[in-house]
Every structure is written in C-alpha cells, then in structure tokens.
Design a protein around this ligand. Structure first.
Ligand SMILES: Cc1cc2nc3c(=O)[nH]c(=O)nc-3n(C[C@H](O)[C@H](O)[C@H](O)COP(=O)(O)O)c2cc1C
Length: 428
C-alpha cells in the first residue's frame, strides 16, 4: 500500500575482490548493484574521500580512488530502478560543478540520483596550502553550497525541453541566479536542464550539533553514526523537532544510520566474522585511534585499568569528528570501561555505525526493535563480513522484512524520489 510506513534500505556498494584486479572490482560492484535492485532496495550508496593514506587503502581494498559519479554512471546503465546515492564534498568542490555532475548523473540514470552532502574531515592539503576549515565554517559553506546548487538546478528548468529552440521561451525560462554570498559568487544559469524527476534528494553525513541543524533544515535523510538504540532515539527525536522548527514536517527528515552487519548461520559464526574483520588492528593502532577520536592517550595505563570520567580531556579541543568524540565520551561516562574494552569498541577502532552480529533472525529482530522504538527510519547496510554474510542478507534478511510487511516486495516507481515517498504529496 503506497502510504504505509516502511523501512528505507540502502546499501553501501562494497567489494570483496582482489586489490590487483581493478576491472574485476568494477564488474563486482555492478553485479552487487544488480543484486540490490533484485532485492528492491531503495538505493546503493557510495562514500568518497579525497585523500589516500595507507589505512584507508587497506580498509577499502584500493577502491577508494574511483570517482563514485563515474562508477554510478556505469551502474545506471546496468540497472533500471534502484536509486544511486553519490558523495560529493562541499568543502572541496565548486557548486557549479556539483550541480552539473549530479544533474548529468540524474539524466544518465533517469531520475535515480541522490546526493550525499559531506563536509569532509580531512584533505585540505590536496587542494591548497590552507588548513582544514573548522567544522562550523565547513557547514556554513555546505549550507551556501547546497543552496546555490539547488538554485542552479532550477535556473534551467525541465520545461526547456519543450522550448524547441524558441529563443524568447529560452530567455524566459533559463535565468541567471546572480548569487552573492559569503563563500560563493555565481552567475549561472546551469548548462544542463533539470531532469523532469524533480529535485535530487539530499542526504547528509555527519551529526554534530551544526550538522544536525543543517540536515534538519535542508536534507531528506541523514546518514549518521548511531551505535546504540538510545543514541538513535535521541537523534531521531532531535532531528524531527529541528525540522518542525525550521518549518518542515517531522517526517521530512529520515534518520538512516549505517548498519554494519556480520551474518552467519549461528551467532558464533557471525561473531567470528566480526573478529576476523578487525584482527589486523594492532594495539598501537587502537591507542592511536583513541587519541585521534577524543584526544585521550591511555598508553601509560594497564589493559585492565578502568578509564574513568576524570581522565577525559577537555571537550573544547580540536577533534577529527565531534560526533565520534561525543559517542566515545558518552560510552566512557556511562560505562567506565577497562582500557581493553574501550580499545575494542566499534566507534574507537572503526566506524561508529550500529553493529549487527548474528543469524538472519537476530538481525531482523534487531531491525524491527530499532524501527518500532523510533531509533531509525531505515538504514544504510554496510556489509562487513565475508561474501556469505552478504548472501544471507539478500537471501534471508530482506525476504523476512518483506514477509512482515516492513519492506516493499516490488518497486512502485523508478525514481529515487518515488522510492523515498517524496512525491506522495504531489501525486495525491
Ligand atoms: C556516517 C558518516 C559518513 C561519512 N562519510 C563521508 C564521506 O564519504 N566522505 C567525506 O569526505 N566525509 C564523510 N563524513 C564526514 C562528514 O562529512 C563530516 O565532515 C564529519 O563527520 C564532521 O561533521 P560532524 O561533526 O557533523 O559529524 C562522514 C561522516 C559520517 C558520520
């Protein structure tokens, strides 16, 4: 039924292939996207970082450099309905180029594109010798940038397709935007018309105070790290409240955390998959990760010593991500864990995503609980384990969610806006 509330499910396009076979990796990602489409997922998702350091190269098996817009253009040709969410940084990319790239991809895919707006935490050194701007400045720039991008899209409306070379009509429809702001001075119009599917949905990754405000004001969904149910409930309520304060409806902003999954036939098998995935992390890497996340060095403590609240460094120092820092500080405050426990936490050693470990039934139960309690509106699945884990996600987890009426058995449309229910009001 069209208006029944259902889960929104995206999946991070991941690879399991060998690092030395770039071509095979691209084929693998296309095949992956086809499986996601066969499962009727809302979208495939590609993160992107404009940096290259050894840890990142190891973690992503060398795929990090592939421009997601190009990859998704290929995926678009091989799929028909699934949404394609790409990542572009507003800190490093000029809005005219962003507007054009996304609109091009929207034409190539026939209206299936979403934009994951990121402000990035690193990489300024690849663009100039200026230091990385503060989080506040990056979000102020992101707000201006997305506004300019949207204005540029509308500066060249889809009605132009019926202008048939009529110069007067063209002049009437395609107009400069003459934008003059703090960061950008842009005349416009954009050189490509807007696809008739309408505005490209915005996703935002990052969830600090200023990040949430940005998401609640302009985004359709937020990709955030919510490692526990409480964090999810608090964040979702907060985002909904902020959306209403910004003059939108609470349902206009969807919280879609990462769901980092390890699925096995038994819980023990899944746990083993998780341990395998993190076994390469040395103690020194774990210590260093903690320093970069909250600025706390625990090398002088014994592994069984407790990390107590009084050890926490002041909150106002410069950290890589305020979101991650907040989560780790909160974990320490609430649990006073041992050094060993702290260095095993997912938000310290890797992502701060929600980690799901277990049998397909376990994962489905966890998803239902989070959804029922209002801890998320859906999720972006991040496959963590070996191929078997992903196989079980498609063969068991998704069908069980469909059976329970929590997820679609088939697509109702073929644009991302339609999958996300963004056009329901218009068509009613
Ligand atoms: C779940 C999640 C995914 C992210 N993905 C990306 C990414 O693909 N590329 C990137 O440059 N930054 C990425 N970021 C970084 C954010 O864009 C942002 O710069 C950072 O999180 C700081 O903002 P915050 O304090 O609001 O979290 C991501 C952040 C989060 C929390």
């Amino acid at each position: 039924m069209p208006n029944k509330r259902q889960l929104i499910i995206g999946i991070h396009l991941a690879v399991h292939g060998e690092q030395d076979k770039k071509g095979a990796m691209i084929e693998e990602q296309i095949a992956f996207a086809k499986r996601a489409e066969a499962a009727k997922l809302d979208f495939v998702f590609k993160a992107d970082y404009l940096i290259a350091h050894p840890e990142l190269i190891a973690k992503t098996k060398g795929t990090v450099g592939l421009d997601p817009n190009f990859l998704l253009a290929l995926v678009a040709r091989e799929t028909q309905q699934i949404g394609l969410v790409t990542t572009i940084s507003t800190t490093f990319t000029p809005p005219y180029l962003i507007a054009r790239q996304l609109q091009s991809l929207n034409w190539i895919s026939n209206g299936r594109v979403g934009w994951n707006v990121v402000t990035s935490i690193d990489g300024a050194y690849n663009f100039s010798n200026a230091p990385m701007p503060s989080s506040e400045e990056r979000y102020a720039k992101a707000a201006e940038c997305t506004n300019v991008v949207q204005q540029l899209w509308h500066s060249h409306p889809s009605e132009i397709l019926e202008a048939n070379g009529d110069l007067e009509k063209i002049k009437d429809l395609v107009k400069p935007i003459d934008y003059n702001g703090e960061f950008f001075h842009i005349q416009g119009p954009l050189n490509i018309p807007m696809h008739p599917a309408g505005d490209i949905p915005l996703f935002q990754a990052g969830a600090s105070e200023v990040g949430r405000q940005f998401a609640a004001t302009v985004s359709n969904a937020i990709f955030a790290a919510t490692p526990t149910m409480d964090v999810g409930i608090e964040m979702r309520n907060d985002l909904r409240k902020r959306a209403v304060e910004a003059g939108r409806s609470a349902d206009d902003i969807r919280l879609l955390p990462g769901l980092y999954f390890f699925i096995g036939d038994t819980y023990e098998e899944a746990l083993e998959m998780h341990q395998q995935a993190h076994a390469h992390l040395t103690l020194e890497r774990r210590y260093a990760a903690l320093v970069s996340v909250i600025g706390l060095d625990v090398r002088h403590l014994a592994l069984q010593d407790r990390v107590t609240v009084d050890l926490l460094p002041p909150e106002d120092q410069k950290v890589r991500s305020k979101t991650h820092a907040h989560l780790v500080r909160r974990y320490i405050t609430e649990n006073e864990p041992t050094v060993e426990e702290l260095l095993g936490r997912p938000e310290v050693i890797g992502s701060a995503h929600l980690v799901a470990i277990g049998t397909p039934q376990d994962i489905v139960q966890q998803i239902i609980t989070f959804y029922d309690k209002g801890a998320f509106d859906g999720f972006i699945a991040v496959p963590g384990g070996p191929a078997k884990s992903l196989d079980l996600f498609f063969s068991d987890v998704i069908p069980m969610l469909v059976e329970r009426g929590l997820f679609r058995a088939d697509y109702e449309g073929s644009t991302l806006r339609s999958h996300l229910g963004l056009d329901v009001l218009l068509s009613n």
